[in-house]
Design a protein around this ligand. Structure first.
Ligand SMILES: Cc1cc2nc3c(=O)[nH]c(=O)nc-3n(C[C@H](O)[C@H](O)[C@H](O)COP(=O)(O)OP(=O)(O)OC[C@H]3O[C@@H](n4cnc5c(N)ncnc54)[C@H](O)[C@@H]3O)c2cc1C
Length: 539
């Protein structure tokens, strides 16, 4: 069988992840089944802001054959074990963690219920996971020598996404992926409406059987050529811009590298703090209807402190939503061309990564693509709404009323009906694993997907819980004080003190002897330079 011709348009992290993964996953065991070319404009920069990931990234790295140490060196990577949410509930310095690792007693896990019955003297996730305290202690999730600290700690990475794309480009081209630096100016269609070729400013006419649109928000193929609509979701997630800034350690090293992402709520959104090996990346994700860019930039500078005054800031507009279908005809949109949800739970790269992995599984080697397209679109839509609900929940449970933005996000009209059904159900019965069986709870709206391209499929999207399951929901719900009033009624005001699971306490007692400080791990295992601690105030 001749190799299938695939053309990827766009060389951001989505484009290069697709190129590297498809090549590694499909052209293996001596087979050569796809010929991959990637065209990338020298005129249009990638988004790349300094990004946080979720543990799924480890799958891509493993399949592409990337060694962890080398990866971290190449992308200025650091470990991410949790997201620390600051000020989301009351707008003060209160915080909670959403860690990746959770202890689950078998066969029955009642830790959520036990916590609800207790006096909440210890934050929920600290009772079921050692990772929040490991994070607060600034420890790495890996040892310097061989691992002998029991069950592994789950982690993802913070990385420079520009360098990630460059690294994947280098690997892929060395393995045979063709790379062109040229600007696409036209997309030619067949009579039947399929894409026939793309034309470039440099005079090339590039033909393929399958086209992958990774052109970012420009969406050159899927939208401009094929006219596939965008389903806007800004009603539930109000933020539409970020002011970003890099704080180089040469100028200001706070004295440590946090092994987690911080998301601090500000007046009209939140700011990410992503530690890399050479700098911290900051971004104030905000809603332009509530704060303009200049005021947002001032707020970000004042959040960071006086040393931020001389640093450059950049505004990155974005839109939250998804294509009606991400795979239409012979074109698949991956990355920002296909969908985007604001970066609160670091799901941007994940959605590109998921689409790439799914495409390898549903690759159209032969015959009719229709059934493959249908399944691919259905799964991507399921996952999009699973993430949308989850991010929506972070906002709508706030008790802040100090600014118009925080008053607005609590309004019933800003809560997706799917999420509202979950919250209503969990006020009757707190979340438990079986809720995630098909994630269609009483009161959930009928919401047939535009992806229902197969006769008879009128189903709403469902969560399969593989990305944000009961552990994640409990972390956010209880971090945001969900069911406080109900528990006072159910269990009375005088309740037993909260207890930490014994296994968690034992792990924590041993952690400082076993796990090195995060920056020490990075210096010894990943070549991070030593910086002098700055005198400016540490937060
Ligand atoms: C504010 C913000 C913060 C984010 N934070 C995170 C995070 O913390 N974690 C996370 O996982 N994700 C995050 N993301 C998402 C992440 O940045 C994207 O998912 C990722 O960069 C993929 O982008 P992309 O490759 O689709 O698009 P881009 O990076 O925009 O790349 C587009 C590519 O298309 C090319 N192109 C455009 N026009 C043409 C043309 N005419 N001809 C040829 N080529 C063309 C460009 O040259 C470029 O190579 C964030 C996104 C934003 C907006």
């Amino acid at each position: 069988m001749p190799a299938k011709q695939v053309l990827i348009v766009g060389g951001g992290s989505a484009g290069w992840m697709a190129a590297a993964y498809l090549d590694a996953a499909l052209n293996r065991d001596g087979r050569h089944v796809v010929d991959i070319s990637l065209v990338e404009s020298p005129e249009v920069p990638r988004i790349g802001v300094g990004e946080a990931t979720v543990p799924h990234i480890n799958h891509i790295l493993a399949v592409v054959g990337i060694n962890q140490h080398e990866f971290m060196r190449r992308v200025d990577g650091t470990f991410k074990q949790s997201i620390r949410y600051v000020g989301w509930l009351h707008g003060r310095s209160e915080f909670y963690h959403h860690p990746f690792t959770r202890y689950r007693p078998t066969p029955l896990d009642h830790s959520g219920l036990r916590w609800l019955e207790s006096n909440r003297s210890i934050p929920f996730t600290e009772t079921v996971s050692a990772q929040p305290v490991i994070c607060e202690l600034g420890l790495a999730p890996q040892m310097l020598g061989p691992w002998d600290f029991g069950a592994p700690l789950t982690y993802a990475y913070h990385m420079n996404a520009q360098k990630f794309a460059d690294y994947l480009c280098e690997l892929s081209t060395a393995r045979g992926v063709r790379h062109l630096r040229d600007h696409v100016v036209e997309v030619e269609l067949e009579e039947n409406g399929d894409i026939a070729a793309v034309k470039t400013r440099g005079g090339e006419r590039l033909e393929a059987e399958l086209y992958i649109d990774c052109s970012g928000f420009a969406a050159l193929l899927i939208e401009k050529a094929l006219g596939v609509g965008w389903v806007d979701c800004s009603k539930w997630l109000l933020c539409d811009r970020a002011v970003t800034m890099h704080v180089p350690y040469e100028r200001h090293y706070p004295g440590y590298v946090r092994p987690y992402t911080t998301a601090t709520a500000l007046s009209a959104g939140w700011v990410w703090e992503i530690p890399l090996q050479d700098k911290r990346s900051l971004g104030y994700v905000h809603a332009s209807a509530f704060v303009d860019d200049e005021a947002a930039e001032r707020e970000l500078r004042s959040f960071e402190g006086p040393h931020a005054e001389s640093l450059d800031a950049r505004v990155v507009p974005f839109k939250v939503g998804h294509r009606e279908k991400v795979w239409v005809r012979n074109c698949i949109a991956i990355g920002l061309a296909g969908n985007f949800i604001e970066p609160l739970e670091s799901t941007g790269l994940y959605l590109s990564d998921l689409a790439t992995v799914l495409l390898a599984e549903h690759f159209p080697y032969r015959g009719d693509m229709t059934p493959l397209r249908y399944r691919f679109n259905r799964i991507m839509a399921n996952r999009f709404y699973e993430i949308l609900d989850f991010i929506n929940m972070h906002y709508c449970l706030t008790q802040r009323g100090d600014t118009a933005f925080w008053r607005e996000v609590r309004q019933p009209s800003r809560i997706h009906e799917r999420l509202q059904a979950k919250l209503d159900y969990w006020r009757i019965k707190p979340p438990s694993p079986s809720d995630f069986e098909d994630m269609f709870l009483p009161g959930q709206p009928d919401m047939p997907l535009p992806t229902a391209g197969t006769p008879g499929d009128h189903r709403s999207p469902i969560d399969n819980g593989r990305l944000f399951g009961v552990d994640s929901y409990e972390a956010i719900l209880y971090g945001m004080d969900f069911l406080r009033e109900e528990c006072a009624r159910w269990y009375g005001e005088q309740r037993p003190p909260t207890r930490v699971a014994q296994v968690v306490a034992q792990r924590l007692a041993a952690a400082p002897q076993k796990l090195p400080p995060h920056d020490m791990w990075l210096q010894r295992s990943s070549g991070m330079p030593r910086y002098g601690a700055a005198t400016a105030a540490n937060r």
